[in-house]
Design a protein around this ligand. Sequence first.
Ligand SMILES: NC(=O)CC[C@H](N)C(=O)O
Length: 366
Amino acid sequence: MGARLLLEDGTLFEGTHFGASGESFGEVVFNTGMTGFQEVLTDPSYYGQIVTMTYPLIGNYGCTVDDMESTRSHVRGFVVRSYETIPSHFKSEFSLDDYLKREGVVAIADIDTRKLTRILRVHGTMKGVITSLDTPLAQLQQRLADYVHPVDQVAQVTTKTPYRIPGEGLRVVLLDFGVKMGVLRSLRARNCDVVVLPAYSTYEEIMAWGPNGLMMSNGPGDPMDLPEIVETIKRLIGRIPIFGICMGHQLLCLARGAQTEKLRFGHRGANHPVKDLRTGRVYMTSQNHGYVVREESLRNTNLELTHINQNDGTVEGVRVKQEAAFSVQYHPEARPGPDDSDELFDEFIQLMKQFVQGGDVNAKTK
Ligand SMILES: NC(=O)CC[C@H](N)C(=O)O
């Protein structure tokens, strides 16, 4: 059965259909990871996006509940060069096709994903639609032109009610902007007592849990859609140690007066080199973001640039001078991807310990 992918600029790809049937609109982006399609599909930061995998063979190792990054898929569509129908891996419990059908994700295979990626690299990410239906092209074009991306996507994916993952160690409140399981696993591996709160929790609701530290998660959409949350973070900086990942990083920077902007085509994949400017060490990192903190905007703030991307020189990490707060644009929880940056969670634990011992609101990030 056939399927079509139509881009906002009029480019049409015709391929084979798999996954759910129907018509689905979203922002078309690409991911450069060679593996990790299941983590990509279940990462809430991809909410509202149609994801293309640049690696040509997808589905080979099947799916397993173990590798889910949340309880459902958040993508609006999935695009691959070659879909492998027979999964082969000892952990595989079901096929990618079964999973996409179950989650209502429309997918297309057998298109030239290299050509698609080059279009997105040159012209930037754009709106698109995948359809398995026979809708006439002119009608499809009109519907795509009328489609608008959802705003405040964080509200769609954050937990509706607080929940706790008990542990014997330090109490971490996690503001859930669309948290990946990997972040929770990394905190649990360090025995933290984790309380996950809705993104729009107030300063008082957060502090009522008596946290030793605040973790701010990844999440979908534009950080500038979230001014109320930025106001809450302004009050929290200096009160408790803070560690921000991706969306959490962008919001920390906005709270300290920096600015964010949209990248032309973003960074998505498990193979992005990042340099720690303090040590000169380069880490391979897992990434998924379309927005970035503007480096020039750090100048009049007390944010210190700690990490940069080796490919395009963009901001990858900061710390707040004189305060116990730091953040990174990439994903140290590494699902999928290299765990080079796992130590950032240990740094956060150290910061919280220092803070507990000294009761010191000025415990320094290293
Ligand atoms: N993974 C994330 O947290 C992404 C943050 C933000 N939605 C961006 O695309 O830049």
